[in-house]
Design a protein around this ligand. Sequence first.
Ligand code: ADP
Ligand code: MG
Length: 330
Amino acid sequence: MNSQIISVNNLTKQYQQTQVSGISNISFSIKQGDIVAIIGESGSGKSTLLKCIYGLIKADEGEVLLNGKKVKGPDEQLIPGNAEMKMVTQDFSLNIYAKVYDNIASMLSNTDIKAKQEKTLEMMERLHITKLKDKKIIELSGGEQQRVAIAKALISNTKVLLLDEPFSQVDSLLKNQLRADIKRLAKETGLTIILVSHDPTDGLFLADQLLILKQGKLLQNDSPAAIYQNPSDIYTAKILGNAVVLDANEADKIGIKTSKDNVVFYPEWVELKSTWNSRRFEVEEVYYKGFYDELLLERNGVKIRALQLNSGEHKKNDHVQANIGRFLEF
Ligand code: ADP
Ligand code: MG
């Protein structure tokens, strides 16, 4: 059995001839039931890629296969999009004056009223929005609207759910719950989810497969852990883990020799000790983060960041010994 549901082959879409825009030569495949996160900074081509996959915009080159069948572009059918996929965008496309229940139920036909009712209520239960049933969309928060939009997308026979920046309007507490719900939904239903975001924490937490997009090009495609531990590019290390990037000269000043141009490490790779020795850094700034502190450290004019799990252990102007336990060279 081929468990691959989507295959993206050499997809290219350029909006302008003169400058880099859109996406270029992107290929990857997706296993059925997986959650795929596409991460990249604003303008990296995430929405373009999603729209090409859904068939909303026509690619210049390449194709998208859904279960081996080519996804039709907007010029090849009357209504752009694909019946087996659903896309939820930032504006949700809900009927804001209608009730939550009616927004969701409107996706189903009236041939079997009882089944329609049951299915709608079940989907509302799944997304924890049952108590919002009789509220109008306009009365809901951004996060609640998001849930309604997802319920609406899922209720018809959707195989692939496409989410464009799904957590951008949701506050952080609800975000965690919504992420967990999406993950559970995917695992319960076998639904395949593709989500794009500029926020890497979305991808790292949720995804089975992570894609890093930069200026329209696919930089890396692997599991979140593999990419985080071994980013192929400085951009990836910065976007995923707020990595410290030093040039060879700076690295040398804090005792790291490299034959490459740059040394890169995550703050949590820095080991701190309070003992005195020659590898001494001064604490320039302490950023309180709740259960840990992020320290800005300085030695010979070079600044690095490190994490201190016992919040309050080091103060500004303290001296600490910092050992860069692991680093990458680019
Ligand atoms: P993202 O979703 O990652 O922010 P987009 O896919 O929206 O990125 O855009 C990628 C690039 O293509 C950007 O440089 C953007 O300005 C350009 N772009 C997007 N849509 C259009 C369009 N309709 N016409 C011209 N350029 C566009
Ligand atoms: Mg976008």
